[in-house]
Design a protein around this ligand. Structure first.
Ligand SMILES: [Fe+2]
Length: 261
């Protein structure tokens, strides 16, 4: 569990937040062009947060490995680290940090090197760990700060084949934390839901929003050919390739969050 507080400046209109997760760079199903477009569709007020599974990192000792899946590359871990760091390098000054996914965790567990930590070292970005709480403090001219509490986790459990299964699973996790924005990866779905809780502001009844975002993937579900993808063999439905854009806009007393997913 990693806790962080990060201050960002805005011009009165707020910021955009994009997530970097489940890219699986190095796998032939990775849609690198779509990921590059997602990164490039940004401006000076756009920030990024990483939730893991950046690189596929399935190596010959992994039961999921099959010959040819990484071309003729020998140094798979180092090759994928270099390649993915190159992709992110133009955006490092807008990175809130990069967390870990289960693909990076498997390499650490089996081989004693942490690809996510190494990626952060290469880029000079903050290591956000496997999950955490982040206090994102929006400031205008160094004052008028508004805090947005973000709960993030790479994600857990198998991906659901129904449209509501993963939302239900993660909504249960949301109940454990006091946060405004909840970000999850791992299940390769792009979904969002607004959870509204009743509360008081002074003596006035108000609706308080929490936003749950399942942050998509840039790994394609199917290929065009006889050799099946893992998702095809497992009977998973088609997934959208892409990630969310989260608009965080300061208001008089707190902030407004809108999610495009
Ligand atoms: Fe993934």
């Amino acid at each position: 569990m990693q806790t962080s507080k990060i201050d960002v400046e805005h011009d009165g209109k707020g910021i955009k937040l994009k997530t970097i997760n489940d890219i699986h760079w190095g796998d032939e199903q990775c849609d690198e062009k779509a990921f590059k477009r997602y990164l490039a569709d940004s401006d000076e007020h756009t920030y990024f947060i990483g939730l893991g599974d950046y690189m596929d990192m399935i190596i010959p000792s992994d039961p999921r490995y099959f010959p040819g899946m990484t071309g003729s590359v020998v140094d798979i871990v180092d090759h994928q680290l270099r390649g993915f760091a190159d992709l992110l390098s133009p955006y490092t000054d807008k990175m809130l940090g990069l967390g870990w996914g289960n693909h990076e965790w498997e390499i650490l567990k089996r081989h004693g090197t942490s690809p996510a930590s190494r990626l952060n070292e290469m880029l000079g970005t903050r290591d956000l760990g496997y999950s955490g709480l982040l206090n994102l403090c929006l400031k205008q001219g160094g004052k008028n700060s508004r805090s947005v509490i973000i709960r993030y986790h790479h994600g857990f459990g198998g991906s659901s084949r129904t449209s509501g299964g993963d939302l239900t699973k993660f909504e249960k996790e949301c109940a454990n934390w006091d946060a405004d924005l909840f970000l999850y990866g791992h299940v390769h779905k792009l979904q969002t839901v607004r959870v509204v809780r009743g509360g008081l502001c002074g003596a006035t009844f108000v609706a308080k929003d929490q936003h749950l975002v399942i942050c998509g993937t840039f790994k394609k579900t199917f290929n065009d050919g006889p050799c099946p993808t893992w998702s095809e063999k497992m009977g998973f439905p088609m997934r959208t390739v892409g990630g969310p854009t989260i608009y965080i806009e300061p208001r008089r007393h707190r902030h407004e969050i809108r999610v495009l997913a």
